[in-house]
Write a protein that binds this ligand. Structure first.
Ligand SMILES: *Cc1c(COP(=O)(O)O)cnc(C)c1O
Length: 229
């Protein structure tokens, strides 16, 4: 199956449920992204800043780039001019810096709060209490150049189906609670980014609005470290 075939399969399946497809192109060459672009895909997810910046410089300008990996505050400046959505906001400190860089670039940058739902201690994310604390903070209330449009979560690796589903359902419940408490009037707060190649069906069943699919589109990630072509 080609990249175009894989995309078509997802498009047909996801369009029915109104779920957006984020094609996760990390570690893959710009030529693979171009192939997906030529097949009509416009939204791509990358988890390393340097890789995203290099690829952005090589590829068409109407691509929506989503950052989906852990972000260090000193790297924000490199993506602030163009990034479409930062899905991995996991601290107030980071959000403060994103706001600062967005201001410098005269932009409003959309963000998701990454919520920790997995039963592992290796993954990044905010605990629910921390997310609430962030949303109640004075600093957040004063930010003019970021917009929080939803939540993101990653389920536990290699878990049983029931546990994965529980984790996705937990994220959906948290989303509903935060929506009512903090964003009742903001129509833009509507995204729940959950689901990857192995578990997207469960995620869609639990209310996902965007799935992040990598290997099922681009194949296995053989190259561990991306090098510019
Ligand atoms: C790599 C990655 C994905 C895609 O994973 P696949 O299993 O290849 O679909 C999705 N989300 C995040 C945060 C990732 O780092």
């Amino acid at each position: 199956m080609s990249i175009a075939d894989n995309l078509l399969k997802y498009k047909t399946e996801l369009d029915e449920s109104g779920v957006k497809l984020i094609a996760v192109s990390k570690y893959h060459q710009a030529s693979a992204i171009q192939e997906a672009y030529d097949a009509g895909q416009r939204v791509f997810g990358e988890n390393i800043v340097q890789e995203m910046v290099e690829k952005e410089s090589l590829l068409p300008k109407d691509i929506d780039w989503h950052l989906i990996g852990h972000l260090q505050t000193n790297k924000i400046k490199y993506i602030a001019p163009f990034v479409r959505l930062i899905e991995s906001v996991d601290s107030l400190k980071l959000l403060i810096e994103i706001n600062k860089q967005a201001t410098k670039n005269k932009r409003i940058i959309d963000c998701l709060l990454q919520i920790y739902v997995a039963d592992e201690d290796t993954k990044f994310g905010l605990e629910y209490d921390e997310a609430i604390e962030l949303l109640r903070s004075q600093e957040y209330s004063e930010m003019q150049n970021i917009r929080i449009v939803g939540l993101m979560g990653i389920a536990s690796n290699n878990a049983l189906e029931k546990q994965t589903l529980d984790e996705f359902m937990e994220l959906k419940v948290l989303f509903d609670g935060i929506k009512v408490s903090f964003f009742r009037k903001e129509e833009s707060f509507k995204e729940i980014s959950m689901g990857m190649s192995g578990d997207y069906k469960l995620a869609v069943g639990a209310g996902s609005t965007m799935v992040r699919i990598g290997s099922n589109i681009f194949g296995k990630r053989i190259i561990k470290h991306y090098k510019a072509e």
